[in-house]
Ligand binder design. Structure first.
Ligand SMILES: CC(C)(COP(=O)(O)OP(=O)(O)OC[C@H]1O[C@@H](n2cnc3c(N)ncnc32)[C@H](O)[C@@H]1OP(=O)(O)O)[C@@H](O)C(=O)NCCC(=O)NCCS
Length: 216
């Protein structure tokens, strides 16, 4: 097929996952989880939610400066414009978001996820993360990664429950102590890592969602 046949509209050409992997999330989504619909969007669509809710969600309202702050510079905006943005919406109102981007040619990095408090604890993000694995795998992506504060119990449980393995730990001036999680999308890579570094047999859990976690 000629390149011109598969090129997305110009506003989507800046997405790094499109350029590397031809991943067109707008064709793959929307997905629904009960009354919540997840749509593919752009960073500018996420900004109002971030501006209104992020300081409260992440406890940075008092701006106490525990970590190095990261203002929205032009470079940060351009970088963010390259990321994939997924909005969780109820009747067109944004109630949460998820952002991720390639960090190399075979790795998808999850940068941020946040839901309004009343939408948490319903496995919305777990189900979404489970669902993105298949399109990523089909596109040739080999691993899904993210950094999580070990004090963030829901995120820790979510990653372990989704079959992620701890592949490193790190301390930084930006986010403090973080656990680096990896979910291997190639069985062979998962087996190699477990054999080398994990003193535990793999769990034989079904990859398919349980009925109460189903989506459409
Ligand atoms: C982290 C967050 C995105 C998770 O989304 P979610 O859809 O609520 O997650 P889930 O409902 O799948 O919950 C994940 C696990 O944490 C558990 N959990 C949820 N809230 C919890 C709490 N307050 N204490 C302990 N466990 C909790 C859930 O029971 C689930 O575990 P299970 O699968 O064993 O039942 C959401 O809680 C949030 O927006 N938090 C604030 C922002 C944040 O911390 N973002 C992550 C850093 S970028």
């Amino acid at each position: 097929m000629a390149q011109t046949d598969i090129a997305p509209p110009p506003e989507r050409q800046s997405s790094l996952s499109w350029r590397l992997w031809n991943l067109d999330w707008e064709k793959i989504l929307p997905w629904s989880f009960e009354e919540v619909t997840v749509v593919s969007a752009h960073f500018d669509d996420a900004l109002p939610f971030m501006t209104e809710h992020y300081a409260r969600i992440f406890g940075t309202e008092s701006n106490e400066g525990r970590f190095l702050s990261s203002p929205l510079t032009e470079a940060k905006r351009r970088f963010s414009a390259e990321t994939d943005v997924f909005l969780f919406q109820v009747a067109a109102r944004t109630v949460g978001l998820f952002m991720a981007h390639p960090s190399d040619w075979s790795t998808y990095y999850m940068r941020t996820a946040a839901l309004l408090p009343e939408y948490r604890g319903r496995h919305l993000v777990s189900r979404f993360m489970e669902r993105i694995c298949e399109p990523l795998r089909e596109a040739g992506v080999e691993r899904l990664c993210g950094d999580v504060s070990p004090a963030n119990t829901p995120m820790m449980k979510l990653h372990v429950g989704q079959g992620f393995l701890v592949t490193s730990i790190a301390n930084s001036e930006r986010w403090g102590s973080c656990v680096h999680f990896t979910k291997f999308l190639r069985q062979e890579a998962d087996a190699v890592f477990r054999h080398q570094f994990c003193n535990s047999p793999p769990l034989n859990r079904s990859a398919s969602p349980s009925p109460e976690r189903s989506s459409s």
